[in-house]
Ligand binder design. Structure first.
Ligand code: ATP
Length: 441
């Protein structure tokens, strides 16, 4: 549920909360960390899974025309030659002559260093792909790349998936997985990382039908965010100018979110035309197979591709920021995450009112075991009830269930809803059904 109790939260506050509560930690922190690489903690891994599950549900399970795929991160290096990444997946960079910091030209506002006002070098091109080697014999090793996008794994498997699943255009292949980019301008917490996850759909259509499907996917993708509770006024669509378009794209819209640092991209929806399938067909021997043969018309063609490409980590950040709320309750500040229940890392916390009463503790433990199953439910007795509520509010737990002395005789427990703080007494044996009904899962 979203209400008007919005807060202009700083990214620093979100990062603090993430660390304190166990959503996200800096990678290899005890060694001083490594730039722009992040680890997801106990709550982060749950919430990230919920984000991916909601994407998969909408893009695969709810549809008849999409199949899933999980391709490898390492690929034959020729893939990246064909796709254009070896030649042109690069940012134009400048260095500050004074403080030596490096900046992307397209992100710079003026002609001097934004940090120290020093002079800048001439722009240089910098390839963003991480290179490594396959093969153990010295001199025999082959350079390969960590994939900078998941999309190419889909394109090279177009024929495998199409023939094994007997799909006809229009149809799509969906994939969620890690991608790697040696980003130069970093910062802004998990917004731009060097190792991140993408959720990509490549939707194959008959040439000529691409414009229609493009419009469809732009709207469909924007709707995904609002259907999961992100406020409409914090989202917008921005169409790329001609000069800004990637080498493969005919059109592209970004879904942008009003982050604390300003409007920035969360997802791109591009019309990639038949560029990738054609390039792979040209450059590899068996690439001719990347055409679709329409048995009805006896036509053989390279389908056009509409690609909605979202970042798991950026979507995660959007959901967190948009859910962040503060309010004064009886002269005390209450912080809570008004996350859509489907995205909350913990769905319910079972709390004993008196942890010294073994019967209450036992009932609470049993109740936790009873209602958990397909999602995470926790038991907590490490503080007084007020503090336990605040802890769960701050991590977005939709329901707190309290077991008290009366529960032992009447079998009823108190269920407190996170946003409204309203409480109701419910028969403990009905709690599982209550959760199922109210979580929207
Ligand atoms: P940007 O202009 O911000 O670098 P991009 O246009 O290069 O992004 P795409 O190549 O369109 O990004 O990638 C699709 C999506 O993948 C992005 O919308 C974003 O959500 C996610 N993404 C891309 N790069 C990163 C990154 N370094 N860290 C986290 N997410 C990323």
């Amino acid at each position: 549920m979203n209400n008007d109790k919005t807060t202009n939260v700083e990214l620093k506050e979100i990062a603090n909360l993430c660390k304190r509560r166990g959503f996200i930690f800096q990678s290899s922190e005890i060694y001083g960390g490594i730039g722009s690489v992040w680890d997801y903690g106990p709550l982060g891994v749950e919430m990230k899974k919920c984000v991916k599950d909601q994407w998969w549900k909408r893009m695969v399970y709810d549809r008849r025309d999409v199949e899933g795929l999980d391709a490898a991160i390492l690929m034959n290096p020729d893939v990246w030659k064909a796709s254009g990444h070896v030649g042109s997946f690069a940012d134009l960079m400048v260095d500050c002559k004074e403080c030596r910091k490096r900046f992307r030209i397209d992100k710079l506002k003026g002609k001097e260093c934004p940090e120290c006002s020093g002079g800048l070098t001439e722009p240089k091109s910098f390839n963003l792909m991480f290179k490594t080697q396959v093969g153990s014999v010295e001199g025999n090793a082959v350079d390969v790349y960590l994939r900078p996008e998941t999309a190419q794994g889909i394109f090279v498997n177009f024929d495998n998936v199409q023939t094994s699943s007997r799909k006809k255009p229009p149809f799509g292949i969906a994939q969620i997985g890690k991608s790697f980019r040696n980003e130069i301008t970093t910062g802004n917490f998990i917004f731009r990382s060097r190792e991140f996850e993408q959720m990509e759909l490549e939707f194959f259509v008959k040439p000529g039908e691409d414009e229609k499907w493009y419009d469809y996917w732009v709207n469909e993708r924007l709707d995904w965010y609002t259907s999961l509770g992100v406020r409409k006024e914090n989202l917008r669509l921005r169409e790329h100018e001609k000069e800004e378009l990637a080498h493969y794209a005919k059109r592209c819209h970004d879904v942008e979110y009003l982050f604390p640092m300003g409007w920035s991209e969360v997802e791109g929806i591009a019309n990639r035309t038949d560029y990738d399938l054609k390039k792979h067909s040209e450059l590899c021997e068996s690439g001719g197979g990347l055409k679709y043969f329409d048995t009805a018309t006896e036509e053989r063609y390279h389908p056009y591709v509409i690609e909605p490409s979202a970042g798991v980590d950026r979507a995660f950040l959007v959901f967190l920021i948009d859910a962040y709320r503060t309010e004064m309750v009886k002269d005390r500040k209450r912080v809570y995450l008004s996350l859509d229940k489907r995205l909350a890392p913990i769905k319910a916390a079972v709390l004993p009112l008196l942890k010294k009463n073994p019967e209450i503790v036992e009932m609470a433990h049993k109740l936790r075991d009873d209602i958990s199953g397909n999602y995470r439910v926790v038991y907590d007795d490490t503080a007084a009830i007020g503090k336990l509520y605040r802890r769960q509010d701050e991590i977005g737990t939709p329901y707190c269930v309290t077991v008290d002395v009366d529960s032992l005789s009447d079998g009823m427990v108190t269920v407190r809803e996170r946003d409204t703080m309203e409480q109701e007494r419910i028969d403990a044996s009905k709690l599982k059904g209550y959760m199922r009904e109210n979580l929207g899962l």
